[in-house]
Write a protein that binds this ligand. Structure first.
Ligand SMILES: [Zn+2]
Length: 1130
């Protein structure tokens, strides 16, 4: 039986394009970490009689022994047990049956808790500071200080060189931490990384003063010829004192007397080792390698590094050297400087090619013709005119686009423009949409397309006179002529089958197998859904959501529910033929919430009881998605499936999986198979889902390996989200799960979407008579409106690669069954041909989608970029955070096809090329021993190192295959702010700043040596949240926060702070709430005590240090990068 109609093909974007509706944020009611109390699930009052026909209890069998351990213990019961223990299913597999369900008498009244309103974060307007100077940062890495000279001034454990103090005690397993779902593994970390170096220092050597490191090249000045190694910097790198205006065009800093100036904003004093640094030593060429020879792990991450043996004269004495961490670029300082300089004034988008403030800066945006950086951020806002330049620089040209980004309340949602039946105005040739860059000519009767230069007629109803500057007099009355972002209402031409869409539907599909029941998940979820369905996304001022809902439960068979409002009780229909899935009912499956509320409530009360005694442990997965998709197809609407799933789908059915986890593959050529889906069935299924506009959100509750790499294929390709709660237990994890669920269900989503990014061809026109003089440069298909004597010359940039959660069936259209306000699409551009400095380059992102109310709309974002003929302009207008977003996504996709080591080497090489190109072409001549970084990219090495040592690219022993696949999948859709904090976590000291201060305390660098044992710190990366407590923190602080009298009484692993009525407690809890509200997923708190075994987990996030998995410390990596650059330059 097949109730489906064939899916109509998506209308190609090239023809009439659909319009994207904008959505209004006002309907968004919830926030993660909202004050809505966790929903306690109602007490279970005993089994309900009368359910005999629902899954029978089956043979009496001991439940599987895969129970999750208590989260706070260090046991490893969630280990990857064999699946053999699971028996065959016990549920009937017979023909479909219809069962009259009865009301569960003991259903608990559910306190419907309205979700908290959006927590707005007012932007604090501060006095406007001077813009950041574009300074050349001359990182003079020279002067690797002799450790002995510096070490005493530093904390005993620094840079990851020293043995982690708690390592010995840390060999136990991790408690269930709530980290993105790691299972306790009980494996000791490799100890090899812990070799100490500080202890083996040679006697201090005296070194020449380094005052010459800034010597002017012109004079051939005081440069020391022998200092071919890194020179000692006279300038601290970390402080703002390094900022130098005009790093390229102004005289090089060398002109300044050594050890002085570098005028810049006042800031912390330069590091003490400046010019009076006592201990420097001459470096021979490339002498880093030998110097750190004893470090077993240094070489391994970079096996591809060029060897330095060929370099002349390796230094004979091999004293351990180290850089002063204060002398290298500090992410914290860069973030602080940008906040101070750019956080006080709105970012006005009028001018072309403006670099926006950093994502870490709180600022308002005024749209004056270019899209807000909340929608589009670019790796560079000034792109090379030629592909040769671009290739030379190796700086990826990419835009991170978040078409439906949520805006702060102070900023207006895009206006919706309605052109009536004629629809949005577009260029006849390239189909670009009307935008502020279009040029009106001939008194306003025609317009020239800014993307392809085609001359188009202005339709009579759109005609308007021009003013003396050639601008339409109504330009400021029309969003599409004055704003960077706006929406058009789409006409029926933009709809599937030339039919306006129906409102979308949500289908909740709940695993009711043994594990789901036993963990309390099903009861918790059903209880929550009773109230959550009142908060489905709405549009504008709509009183209720237009979205219809449906419910399915499943184990190895599927149960559909008829919740038609006219029924006294819900009805269940069982489909056991999972190989040929169909939807057994049409009428009554998808219903309006308010009409069917009583029946839905009854159903949600009954589900936990019906399956309370289940012994069924096997599940299916693909048939569940298939069923949801078929249901949407039958209802002729788009929608979203919410799947709540617990285990590897081993039941006999399409998409059946086997446990193929094999950690032995790590660091082999076959490692990539761990990230690849084990069957192609899910891709095929995803394709069908996309055609139907069926987006899939997956909530996983695994107790062991579930093959996230395969299960996440459909969510990934349909624009959905994956959430993972390893070893889920209601008491420990309900807050996190419910927060995520509430936010996810309430998210405004665009359905059945297609996104296309158009770029200007920057082009010129070629007379036909000259056609053929430049083979391959003409485009075909000139339009009949244009002069017949001219043909366009194809040039400019074009989108060539895409990263994100979507599907593509051709090379240009990004198809998204669903797209929410958190998801980004990263687009890479390549040159077709020359760009023009005068005209710049334009991007137009058009997203056609169906709104939550079923309205078809087009959302348009425009952005104009500058073009340059000087590489220095490229480097001066780059954004490292966006670059890292692109590079991480590029690398994370790369692991599907290449060995992880190859992926890492590629990243390192590219980074070195980028920096070497700058050094060669833009920096002032200087000693080869100097590492010179472009101001805008001075954090590239530290951030790139964080990507390289992330769990996907360099997993630690405690990271499971599923964790890696999960993180890989998450990063794919992250925006720039999310990747920024994910790769370089925020570490906030809590007692240093005054308690009464309302602002967030300034962060410190993510390194153990920044931790004071007398303080407490919060660390967050968007997914994890730690509260670290130093061993000698004041007793009063301990009392105020934990309500215990001493450090030793604090419970390690605590996830909730007691609610105490004192300023410190309020401040810390308020800060935690605030951090959670900033992130798209709920971060579960873990309290970590210094020297406790949990601390190892925490240290994983101190990313400037050497990692237990072998990742280099920041200092080491910077040295390595310097070496690579010098190789390229020599
Ligand atoms: Zn055009």
């Amino acid at each position: 039986m097949n109730v489906n109609q064939s899916a109509p093909p998506l209308p190609p974007f090239g023809q009439s394009q659909p319009v994207y509706p904008g959505y209004h944020q006002s309907s968004y009611g919830g926030q993660p970490g909202s004050t809505a109390p966790p929903t306690p699930y109602g007490a279970y009052n005993g089994p309900v009689p009368g359910y005999q026909q629902t899954p029978p209890p089956g043979v009496s069998r001991a439940p599987p022994s895969s129970e999750a351990p208590p989260a706070s213990t260090a046991q490893a019961p969630c280990g990857q047990a064999a699946y053999g223990q699971f028996g065959q299913g016990d549920v009937q597999n017979g023909p479909s049956s219809t069962v009259q369900m009865q009301r569960f008498p003991g259903s608990q009244p559910f306190g419907s808790v309205p979700l908290a309103p959006v927590v707005s974060q007012p932007t604090v307007l501060q006095p406007y500071g001077p813009p950041p100077t574009s300074a050349q940062v001359t990182a003079q890495l020279a002067g690797m200080q002799i450790s002995g000279a510096v070490a005493p001034a530093l904390p005993p454990v620094g840079l990851g060189y020293g043995p982690p103090t708690s390592l010995a005690s840390a060999s136990g397993s991790f408690p269930n931490s709530g980290l993105y779902g790691s299972y306790p593994q009980g494996q000791a970390p490799p100890l090899s990384q812990a070799q100490g170096h500080l202890g083996a220092q040679p006697p201090q050597r005296s070194a020449p003063p380094q005052a010459s490191s800034f010597t002017s090249p012109a004079s051939g000045g005081p440069r020391m010829p022998s200092m071919t190694g890194p020179l000692l910097s006279g300038q601290g790198f970390g402080g703002p004192s390094l900022s130098q205006p005009n790093h390229v065009s102004s005289p090089p800093p060398q002109a300044l007397p050594p050890g002085t100036q570098m005028t810049g904003p006042p800031g912390p004093p330069p590091p003490m080792h400046s010019s009076q640094q006592p201990g420097y030593q001459l470096q021979q060429n490339g002498s880093f390698g030998p110097a750190r020879g004893p470090q077993p792990n240094y070489g391994s991450p970079y096996p591809g590094a060029p060897t330095f043996g060929s370099q002349p004269g390796p230094p004979q004495p091999l004293p351990p050297k180290r850089l002063d961490p204060d002398a290298i670029p500090s992410p914290i300082q860069v973030i602080e400087d940008d906040r101070n300089n750019r956080g006080s004034e709105p970012f006005v988008t009028g001018a072309r090619g403006q670099v926006p403030p950093l994502v870490t800066t709180n600022f308002l945006v005024k749209d004056q013709g270019n899209a807000s950086p909340r929608y589009i951020r670019c790796t560079s806002y000034n792109i090379p005119c030629t592909s040769d330049m671009a290739k030379q620089a190796q700086v990826p040209l990419a835009a991170v686009i978040k078409p439906l980004a949520r805006l702060p309340p102070e900023e207006a949602s895009p206006y919706v423009v309605d052109h009536g039946e004629s629809g949005p105005l577009r260029c006849n040739r390239c189909k670009a949409y009307m935008c502020p860059f279009m040029q009106f000519v001939e008194g306003g009767r025609r317009f020239q397309c800014c993307f392809c230069s085609c001359i188009n007629d202005v339709p009579p109803q759109y005609f308007q006179h021009l003013d003396h500057t050639g601008k339409r007099v109504d330009a400021y009355d029309r969003p599409e002529l004055s704003l960077g972002s706006y929406e058009f209402l789409a006409t029926v031409d933009y709809c599937k089958n030339n039919k306006f869409p129906s409102p979308p539907a949500f289908i909740f599909m709940i695993d009711v197998s043994y594990n789901a029941i036993r963990s309390g998940l099903v009861r918790l979820l059903c209880e929550e859904l009773k109230s959550l369905i009142d908060f489905l996304p709405r549009e504008g001022g709509a009183e209720e959501s237009a979205i219809r809902v449906g419910f399915v439960t499943y184990n190895k068979v599927l149960h559909f529910y008829n919740v038609k409002s006219s029924l006294a009780q819900p009805q269940m229909m069982v489909v056991s033929d999972v190989a040929d899935m169909f939807v057994p009912l049409l009428d009554g499956f998808l219903v309006n919430v308010s009409e069917s509320r009583a029946v839905i409530t009854s159903l949600l009360d009954q589900i936990p009881e019906m399956f309370a005694d289940t012994r069924e442990t096997e599940t299916v997965f693909a048939p569940v998605i298939q069923a949801g998709m078929e249901a949407l197809k039958a209802a002729e609407c788009a929608g979203k499936l919410f799947l709540f799933h617990t285990s590897l789908p081993i039941a006999e059915a399409p998409g059946k999986l086997k446990n193929r986890d094999d950690r032995k593959l790590i660091n082999t050529d076959k490692e990539k198979t761990l990230f690849q889906p084990q069957t192609g069935a899910y891709q095929t299924l995803a394709k069908e889902c996309v055609a139907q506009g069926c987006c899939v959100d997956l909530f996983l509750f695994p107790n062991q390996y579930v093959d996230v790499a395969t299960l996440s294929v459909v969510p990934q390709l349909t624009g959905g989200s994956v959430y993972k709660y390893a070893c889920f237990q209601v008491e420990n994890d309900q807050e996190r799960f419910l927060s995520d669920l509430r936010r996810d269900v309430q998210k405004v989503v665009g359905f059945d979407a297609v996104m296309r990014v158009r770029t200007s061809t920057g082009q010129s026109w070629l007379e036909k008579s000259r056609r053929g003089t430049k083979p391959g440069r003409e485009t075909s298909g000139s339009c009949d409106i244009c002069s017949p004597d001219l043909i366009p010359v194809a040039s400019g940039i074009r989108a060539v690669d895409f990263f994100g959660a979507f599907y593509m069936s051709n090379t240009t259209d990004v198809e998204l069954a669903g797209l929410d306000g958190d998801k980004t699409v990263t687009v890479e551009f390549k040159h077709d041909d020359r760009l023009n400095e005068e005209s710049g380059a334009l991007l137009q992102c058009a997203l056609l989608y169906t709104s939550c109310a079923g309205q078809r709309r087009l959302r348009i974002h425009n952005l104009a970029l500058n073009c340059c003929t000087q590489l220095a302009d490229l480097y001066r207008n780059c954004e490292t955070d966006t670059l890292i977003n692109y590079m991480a996504k590029f690398a994370y996709r790369g692991v599907l096809n290449s060995p992880v080591k190859t992926v890492r080497d590629t990243l390192i090489t590219q980074c070195a090329q980028i920096l070497a190109c700058y050094r060669k072409n833009c920096a002032s001549p200087s000693s080869a021993g100097q590492l010179i970084l472009p101001e805008c990219m001075k954090l590239l090495p530290v951030y790139l190192n964080c990507v390289l040592k992330s769990d996907v690219l360099q997993p630690g022993a405690e990271v499971t295959t599923d964790d890696r696949a999960y993180v890989r999948q998450l990063v794919t859709s992250m925006d720039v702010a999310e990747t920024n904090v994910f790769f370089y976590p925020r570490l906030l000291p809590l007692t240093k700043s005054p308690i009464e201060s309302a602002t967030e305390p300034p962060a410190v660098r993510a390194s153990e040596e920044r931790l004071s044992n007398g303080d407490i710190y919060l660390l967050e990366n968007g997914l994890n949240l730690f509260l670290w407590v130093g061993a000698s923190v004041q007793q009063g602080v301990v009392q105020s926060l934990f309500s215990v009298s001493s450090f030793s009484q604090i419970t390690s692993g605590l996830s909730v702070l007691p609610v105490l009525d004192n300023p410190l407690s309020k401040k810390v809890r308020g800060l935690i709430d605030s951090l959670r509200a900033q992130r798209s997923r709920y971060m579960k708190l873990i309290v970590v005590k210094q020297e406790d075994k949990l601390e190892m987990l925490f240290k994983h996030f101190l990313v400037e240090d050497k990692s237990l998995s072998g990742g280099a410390s920041y200092v080491d990596f910077l040295c390595h990068m310097h070496k690579e650059i010098r190789q390229l330059l020599s």
